[in-house]
Design a protein around this ligand. Sequence first.
Ligand code: AMP
Length: 144
Amino acid sequence: MNQPAPTIFDKILSGEIPSYRVYEDDHVLAFLDIGPLSSGHTLVIPKERGAFLHQLSEASSAAIGRVLPRLCRAVMKATGATAYNILQNNGTAAHQEVLHVHFHIIPRHGESGLGIGWKSSSLEAPAAQKLVSRMQQALAEEGA
Ligand code: AMP
């Protein structure tokens, strides 16, 4: 079986390169982003190696889900932010640079934080119905 390629986050996990660690448990590590978009910009990663969210085990995803709101509260308390974005990029085409699953917690402080381009279109009924049935089929194939 193919092993996912190591990334710089493996070196952070092992302590080979330093990081500002915020939180750690058996499955999860959180540390400050080295190139923050705003003060308090934090990364939350599974210890499990894997590039994309859809590849993550249930144990890792559950562990992240369990601590993410707590970490958001810590970021808000520490920085005084009252608004923030969670960003999770998958694939280089989707702006992912480090191919190890990670969630960004990006506080909004005035103009500093995540810049978002949101080019929305409209959802037409026939296309929506087709999409829903394809997605439900995919879920059924996974036994969900
Ligand atoms: P992404 O574009 O979603 O893959 O984001 C990768 C993030 O990892 C960027 O925000 C980087 O600033 C951050 N990053 C890369 N190397 C390090 C490091 N050594 N310590 C902390 N954050 C890092």
